[in-house]
Design a protein around this ligand. Structure first.
Ligand SMILES: CC(C)(COP(=O)(O)OP(=O)(O)OC[C@H]1O[C@@H](n2cnc3c(N)ncnc32)[C@H](O)[C@@H]1OP(=O)(O)O)[C@@H](O)C(=O)NCCC(=O)NCCS
Length: 173
């Protein structure tokens, strides 16, 4: 079963389960900031009975592209419990996430992991090939190491152009 809930409507226990699932799925490498990046928007949750087996979050970020501050549905914290992988759970989560993006945002964007790359590319997400930059407290900086890992979803984007994100603690993209 797939359920979509705003952070504000998730109780403390459900939030703790989602965070615990991500901590295990990312092999203990989920930082406090990574978790914080999942908050304040929609959580798409997959259940096997009463057990949480998958999670994805969509939060709004502004991404500057060709002179416009696009409203991006930024996807965070996509993970499926290891014993439920390769059964279409993440596909079901992303079906919902992509519907949300298509209806509510100018584009979708995310920073992919190794595991995620073949999964997202297979769904039509595309790697940004142009310059990636970030607004920081010290001004605009290039983030070239992100190239190949920042994927977008949507039409009408010049993938070889500039894409600029705003500042946040932790990984900026
Ligand atoms: C990436 C992840 C979310 C995929 O979840 P999943 O439920 O196993 O994915 P699905 O079963 O829906 O996969 C659909 C298709 O995507 C591709 N795919 C999924 N995981 C893949 C992997 N690890 N390597 C290669 N292709 C993969 C396959 O084509 C798969 O179809 P198939 O099983 O018929 O071959 C899961 O491996 C995971 O939680 N990884 C750890 C956390 C992580 O890296 N998350 C991504 C953050 S950006």
């Amino acid at each position: 079963m797939i359920r979509t809930v705003h952070t504000s409507a998730l109780g403390t226990a459900a939030l703790a389960s989602a965070r615990a699932l991500l901590e295990v799925a990312f092999d203990g490498e989920l930082t406090a900031e990574d978790w914080e990046h999942c908050l304040g928007g929609l959580h798409v949750l997959a259940y096997d009975g009463a057990e949480l087996i998958g999670h994805a979050a969509v939060v709004q970020r502004r991404l500057l592209h060709v002179g416009r501050a696009l409203r991006a549905g930024y996807v965070e914290g996509v993970a499926v419990r290891a014993d439920h992988r390769r059964r279409g759970v993440a596909s079901a989560l992303m079906d919902e996430v992509e519907t949300i993006i298509a209806r509510a945002y100018d584009l979708g964007a995310l920073g992919s992991s190794d595991d995620g790359l073949p999964f997202y590319l297979g769904r039509g997400w595309r790697a940004w090939t142009g310059q990636l930059r970030a607004f920081t407290p010290d001004g605009l900086i290039d983030t070239p190491d992100e190239r190949g890992w920042i994927l977008v979803f949507g039409d009408g984007l010049a993938l070889d152009g500039d894409l600029v994100c705003g500042w946040r603690d932790g990984d900026v993209w």
